[in-house]
Design a protein around this ligand. Sequence first.
Ligand SMILES: O=C(O)CCC(=O)C(=O)O
Ligand SMILES: [Fe+2]
Length: 216
Amino acid sequence: MQRDLFATSEQQRPIFLGQQAAVLKGFALAQSEQLWQAIQQVVAVAPWRQLHTPGGRPMSVRTSNCGDWGWHSDRRGYRYVAQDPLTALPWPALPACFLQLAQDAARQLDFHNYQPDACLLNSYRCGTRMGLHQDRDEADLSAPIVSVSLGLPAEFLWGGLRRNDRSEKIMLEHGDVVVWGGVDRLRFHGVKKVVAGEHPLLGEQRINLTFRQAKS
Ligand SMILES: O=C(O)CCC(=O)C(=O)O
Ligand SMILES: [Fe+2]
């Protein structure tokens, strides 16, 4: 019993990646089944799709969104849209368990009053990756990013404020949450190719939930 308690508190101590950025190991683990249920409800309304970069190249990740705003990319550029271009419906509402988790995680790094209005869902199959980039399509860059990893593990690339800064690799596993904001809000980051595998809950994929304050 003593050991279980110890393991829990160890798991939830932030591993700092910067002054205002940290990995919260296993932070979403207890809710992962509930999150998975909610993900399936979201993608029943706003199905997974493969977006194209403004340059016309297909992205290897499949995406969906929920919340007031959804992140979209096509020939016209990267932007947030209130309607799903695939269905012409509004994006599904942010499930209550998503909002609670995102706010709880943000609070761990002293980001209070976090009100994410956008949640991008990314699905990575074997071989899918995401190149180094900054999240900078949001109106107010003072609000943090909360990023939840579920399913297969993946190596997260954590860079600096310039594209060519050295990046470190951090293994993200099912239930891990990364929060970055403040002075670390514009850090470059990416995901290395996901390796084939089978996760007991999510099967042959990794899903990432990225919460942002897009417009508020
Ligand atoms: O999948 C991840 O861990 C990161 C996703 C990401 O950086 C993004 O969608 O902007
Ligand atoms: Fe990102």
